[in-house]
Design a protein around this ligand. Sequence first.
Ligand code: NAG
Ligand code: NAG
Ligand code: NAG
Ligand code: NAG
Ligand code: NAG
Ligand code: NAG
Ligand code: NAG
Length: 603
Amino acid sequence: MFRFNVLFLIAYAVVFVTATSPTNSYAPGRVACPQNKLTRSALEGISPNEQSYMNQRYQNAKSEMINFLKNANMTGFDIDTFMETSNPTIGLAFSGGGYRAQLAGAGELSALDSRSVQPSVLGGILQSSSYIVGLSGGSWLVGSFVSNDMMTIDQILAQNSLWDLENSLFAYNGLWILSNAAMWANIDIQVKMKMLTGSTVSVTDVYGRALSYQLLSNFNNQGGSFCWSDITTRPSFQKYEMPYPILAALGREPDTSVVNYNSTVFELTPYEVGSWDPSLRSFMNTKYMGSYVDNGVASGKCLNGFDNAGFFMGTSSSLFNAIPLQLDNLNFPTFTKNLINTLAINPYERLNVDIAHYNPNPFYNSKNPNGKIANSKTLYLADGGEDGQNIPLLPLLHRNVSVIFAFDNSADEDGWPDGISMVSTYQRQFSPQGDGIAFPYVPDEYTFRNLNLTSKPTFFGCDAKNLSSLTDNIYDVPLIIYTANRPFTYFSNTSTFKLKYSNTERAGMINNGYNVASRLNGELDDEWAACVGCAIIRREQEKQGIEQTEQCKRCFENYCWDGTIYKGEPLGDNFSEDGLTVSANDFNSNNIGGINDGAIDLI
Ligand SMILES: *[C@@H]1O[C@H](CO)[C@@H](O)[C@H](O)[C@H]1NC(C)=O
Ligand SMILES: *[C@@H]1O[C@H](CO)[C@@H](O)[C@H](O)[C@H]1NC(C)=O
Ligand SMILES: *[C@@H]1O[C@H](CO)[C@@H](O)[C@H](O)[C@H]1NC(C)=O
Ligand SMILES: *[C@@H]1O[C@H](CO)[C@@H](O)[C@H](O)[C@H]1NC(C)=O
Ligand SMILES: *[C@@H]1O[C@H](CO)[C@@H](O)[C@H](O)[C@H]1NC(C)=O
Ligand SMILES: *[C@@H]1O[C@H](CO)[C@@H](O)[C@H](O)[C@H]1NC(C)=O
Ligand SMILES: *[C@@H]1O[C@H](CO)[C@@H](O)[C@H](O)[C@H]1NC(C)=O
């Protein structure tokens, strides 16, 4: 097996992007500071840059949405008349869960993409979306997808270097020991240079660079100088074709733990990094991360190049920082080895290995937040899923989209989701950190499974009027199209820490995700696209007091959770077309490939 085939590199266009890292490398470089403050209060709403992007983006999204609705076979509904007075918005959310989440999510994404080689009945939703959000494994999907200028999933796979998961990150070139040594030596130098130019480094730097060999492999030096703020220079962003991308992470101080009630949810966008939560309520200019800032005012020279895209994806997925610690047989170069050894030996560090250090803290001395974050010299960020909210819903709730596609590829029971991530976000609204947020009612996990809410897509918050005890602004609460991982053509409940996928396994995972999102490309319901259309337009219809069509009423009967709580016997663990069953005849290990691929963990 040739991992380093020069001909391939030439044949498949390598993308070179002019980088804004002033050093043209991983180390940030000094630049003059801008005149204005680098932070701002979240109370001002979304950033002016995002707003002006969205003003343009929405025009494209809306015309694509009209196309989608027209092709969806909706009956008894005049799309043109309705859309003249309505502006429905769509947000996409991809959960965490390691490579399982990345790959299942990729299949779900490709089912929404009108450019896919086999466009599904939902093709065009991606093009109609305003936002795309990812967390942890989902951040690998979203981050690499947008960094690579929205290259289709088909192209990514054909491209032959991106998403090469045949070997784990830690022996990326397989048995090619010299190539592995060269990779680690390269990473070692880059991280050391970042430290020598005055920034604090942590294991997230090492891990984020390694991750980039899979996620940004067609960039110069694996995206060593490609920044998250550079997304704004990608052609699809410049043409307003890209849903605005957001990665989620959590604030977590060393030696503390967080749950959904008390976490600070951070969003990492190309323009800003920060949080809406009462514990911070500030945003920092992404491009100037790493600069010394005191209450929003920069002192001395500023830095650019700190917001490396791989580092950001590593931050959102920092749970995986623990992996290099488990591998003592690797011949890491000295600097990296020392970095990792401190972590491996020192019990305090070891406990906090999943924390990315952002030093200096951009929110230092900030007048806005009450409490710890403003007092700390370092900002500590951890994996976005650590508080149980494994689907990154909050950034979309703050943006009042009409509908959220919530793709849940969590491993809750037997490696399948049980809805706990939805429950976590639901519960959070009743805590102080949930101030200003409303999320539709959801049932408990037992009900999620046994009412078949994880076996087929389910709509939550179907009736805005029923949300009035949660908020006064009922029409700002999105309807959620919840879609959980389940088997159709592949046993896609692989372990979160499975770090190697053969190309066959990878294709199996992606294909299954496509089938989950598209309902076997409409085979299970020839009105699936129309029903999704009904969900998209629902809030705008309610606002205007427009009655649903007969078809949409039928769809809502079929896909909305009706408030029932399940208290009966468990239905079983096997999946039929629509639900859980004890029968071994349907979609289970008797007849679905991949069952034996699931549990190969490296750790
Ligand atoms: C709409 O109906 C036509 C004719 O039955 C069918 O071929 C097509 O696949 C349907 N489109 C969608 C998106 O379901
Ligand atoms: C968050 O709440 C959990 C559970 O009550 C508690 O154990 C933890 O210490 C709290 N974390 C912080 C940072 O307050
Ligand atoms: C979302 O709605 C709330 C009211 O529910 C409003 O205060 C806020 O400004 C809105 N945000 C955006 C981005 O439209
Ligand atoms: C996948 O799910 C099946 C049941 O649906 C279970 O038997 C199997 O152990 C699960 N695999 C993993 C890796 O969790
Ligand atoms: C409607 O609201 C009630 C609370 O008022 C809640 O218990 C119920 O679950 C909601 N129904 C749905 C379908 O969301
Ligand atoms: C859930 O799915 C099972 C198996 O298909 C079915 O027997 C059961 O009636 C379904 N439950 C509901 C509430 O639809
Ligand atoms: C599920 O299917 C397997 C075969 O794949 C079978 O052995 C098992 O008994 C079935 N029932 C339950 C409850 O999982």
